[in-house]
Design a protein around this ligand. Structure first.
Ligand code: ADP
Ligand code: MG
Length: 698
């Protein structure tokens, strides 16, 4: 029954079915049933026209139409306006479609209840295609004071599928299917957590009988959605652990101890904890798939290096894959710094490695004399074969696809352990869903003695002051980044922005006193590299760039990061950019340049950047402000699941709670074969078959 084609529902039919599918992806009865209101309005509340603003959501008015007007525009296009008054003011009800029917239905002087969303047109408030009813009809039709509001589109509204019609469909649907809906949570969970039965929950989510019942329905549906999400993800993870054997590294030997003893500083507690977690994984005999997250500069690379040395102590090779040549180069330098006088042999392989060197590397990899290979995509080419690859580190994970990860796996007959490092902090709750199939380690502590970066917000009219400050810093021997936003929609405009910026910088900082380098996305890699190197080597004072420099370059002498049009960047991205400075001993600064007129939300973002250096706090705030869809990194990896009712930003407590519950359930009953869990297994299989989501992440 729930699988029925939606066209067979009373009130739908083939034409509307097509529209429902195109606009909302609704193909079956079940799809409609699980299309929930995104908010509710209190139908007992009436606004007065005088207090309306365009920020208001759907509202209700009670009053009378005082006159009509027909306006022609364009070719044969007409607009029909009803002037509606409630004594406090007059508002236009505007209709574009079905004019004939509306003209017949609406009468002046009759009391109506009008339901719609205030919008502004030509500087005046109006309601476009509102629902208009006579009061008695209205109260009669409503089973509850709370009315669900469903997401809608113009096409839906123009085809008689506005809010009122949508509610009618839901009501028809519930009449037809409600007694056939079967519970899909086991009784013991319903009892233990006091959850509303599914049938009742589905009814109340569409037609709440009271505010309290609505809350219970929402809680129950979120609970179910999240529990199955976690069960699915954990099963993928557990299956993989069952099936992928992993190399066992149980020796901690000379390579590790040598390096550890020589470190010029103590490891932070967070680094120690993370290394312990990884060591534990590597001793289980199961293949490790772990995400290592930590703010820029938190010492991830060193933690990873120490683990690679454990691999070497056990006779295995390691590699690090980075998204850019510059990063690979920098890893090489810092790793060589830690490995002075060590017997570990480190190699670098990138697109620009010469043929002859390449041949030597290939040989050393095959005979095992090269322990550690650092490189770019060049690493995954088929020609690169290891004697015994045991440990793989992938840096800045969101730049690499799952497929590339898989190709590294296949570099040995038994897959190596995989550590994915990301400097984009993700709130815990989001990591649970995005990387729910990976184990997560977090370095949440910076090495001691770092001077926090000072962040200052200026507007464009204060630019001279900023230039003055930049000159002081250059005089003191420091270097400076100036970054422009990258506008994906218009590369031309992007470039124009950058060029204008470069021009104004070179005018204010002229040769020969000042040397300015420039890097942008459309440059050939060779030129990009050349310009970058000029800055890295300290030959250029200023680096003008688009956000391409976001990915980990390390120039400790750079102490100022000027971000132009900072309002165009998301919080996480601003934080990433800021992380390019503050890497040396000197006080560093991040300067946010914006327009002086800012929206309240943007102002909040700038204030938060000024107030905190904590990447996790910022990621959390970003999640609250923008929702998970816009978060750095999530777009590329894609949410593996479509959540119908859970809000990742708001429901983090329940998310964690259900995660723990799912873990407990699977711990006691890994295959869900107990009689008690029969429903869990059945529903999980059903979800498996229904969506490809689960296979995407495995
Ligand atoms: P990440 O990769 O997390 O951005 P890195 O590993 O590059 O961070 O470390 C940043 C800098 O901090 C490096 O210069 C590194 O040598 C240094 N560092 C790492 N761990 C510590 C520590 N425990 N104490 C002091 N400095 C450290
Ligand atoms: Mg790094």
């Amino acid at each position: 029954m729930l699988d029925n084609d939606i066209k067979y529902l009373t009130g739908v039919g083939p034409k509307r079915a097509e529209i429902l599918f195109k606009e909302l992806g609704i193909a079956t009865f079940e799809d409609l049933l699980y299309t929930f209101p995104f908010r509710y309005i209190d139908r007992t509340k009436f606004y007065s026209i005088r207090e309306l603003t365009p920020d208001l959501p759907y509202i209700q008015l009670r009053g009378k139409i005082i006159r009509f007007q027909e306006v022609s525009y364009g070719k044969r296009q007409k607009r029909y306006i009803a002037y509606f008054s409630d004594g406090s003011g007059v508002i236009e009800l505007v209709f574009f479609q079905g004019l004939k029917w509306i003209q017949e239905k609406l009468k002046a002087g009759v009391e109506y209840i009008v339901f719609g969303k205030p919008t502004v047109f030509n500087g005046k408030l109006n309601l476009v295609h509102p629902e208009v009813d006579e009061p008695q009809a209205d109260s009669h039709a409503l089973p509850s004071a709370l009315q669900g509001v469903y997401s809608s589109t113009e096409v839906l509204q123009n085809n008689g599928l506005g809010q009122r019609a949508f509610l009618r469909l839901q009501s028809n649907l519930l009449n037809a299917v409600l007694d056939k809906i079967t519970e899909n949570l086991p009784g013991y969970l319903l009892r233990q957590y006091n959850l509303m039965p599914l049938r009742e929950a589905l009814f109340n989510i569409h037609f709440p009988q009271s505010a309290e019942r609505l809350l219970q329905a929402q809680y129950r549906l979120k609970f179910e959605e999240l529990l199955y999400l976690h069960l699915g993800l954990l099963q993928v993870r557990n299956n993989r652990k069952e099936t992928s054997r992993g190399f066992i590294f149980n020796t901690v030997g000379e390579h590790f101890n040598d390096c550890y003893r020589r470190l010029p500083f103590a490891l932070t507690n967070a680094q120690k904890r993370v290394i312990k977690e990884i060591r534990r994984d590597m001793a289980t005999g199961k293949q490790m798939n772990r995400l290592l997250q930590g703010d820029v500069g938190s010492g991830k690379t060193l933690a990873a290096l120490l683990c690679m040395l454990i691999a070497a102590d056990n006779g295995y090779q390691s590699c690090i894959m980075t998204p850019t040549e510059i990063l690979a180069q920098q890893h090489l330098e810092s790793i060589q710094g830690f490995l002075q006088d060590s017997a570990i042999n480190v190699g670098l392989l990138t697109g620009s490695t010469k043929k002859k060197e390449r041949r030597v590397l290939h040989e050393q990899l095959l005979d095992g004399s090269l322990h550690l290979l650092i490189g770019t995509h060049a690493l995954i080419e088929d020609a690169v074969q290891f004697k015994n690859l045991g440990f793989v580190v992938i840096d800045e994970q969101h730049r690499f696809g799952v497929e590339q990860r898989a190709r590294l796996w296949s570099k040995n007959t038994q897959p190596p352990h995989v550590l994915v490092m990301t400097a984009t902090p993700i709130p815990r709750t989001l990591a649970m869903t995005l990387y729910g199939d990976l184990d997560v380690s977090t370095i949440d502590e910076l090495p001691p003695g770092r001077q926090p970066i000072k962040t200052i917000h200026f507007n464009d009219s204060q630019r001279l002051r900023v230039f003055g400050f930049m000159k002081e810093q250059i005089k003191a021997g420091r270097q400076i980044y100036v970054v422009y936003p990258l506008i994906k929609e218009s590369e031309k405009m992007d470039f124009k922005n950058l060029e204008d910026g470069y021009e104004s910088i070179t005018r204010a900082f002229p040769l020969p006193e000042y040397i300015t380098a420039i890097v942008h996305g459309q440059m050939p890699a060779e030129n990009k590299n050349f310009e970058m190197q000029r800055f890295v080597k300290g030959e250029a004072h200023i680096m003008v760039a688009t956000s391409v420099i976001e990915v980990g370059v390390n120039v400790p002498n750079a102490t100022v990061m000027v971000i132009e049009s900072a309002e165009r960047f998301g919080l996480s991205q601003l934080h990433q950019l800021r992380g390019r400075v503050g890497r040396g001993a000197e006080q560093s600064y991040c300067i946010l340049m914006t327009d002086h007129k800012l929206s309240a939300e943007t102002r909040k973002r700038m204030q938060l950047m000024v107030a905190t250096n904590d990447g996790f706090k910022i990621a959390e705030a970003d999640l609250q402000l923008r929702g998970p869809g816009d978060l750095e990194g999530t777009q590329q990896s894609g949410m593996a699941f479509h959540l119908r009712i859970t809000d990742l930003a708001k429901d983090s407590k329940l998310l964690e709670f259900t995660r723990n519950l799912a873990e407990k359930i699977l711990e006691n009953d890994p295959l869900l074969s107990h009689e008690n869990n029969e429903r869990l297994l059945a529903r999980l299989n059903q979800l498996h078959n229904k969506s490809k989501d689960y296979s995407v992440i495995s």
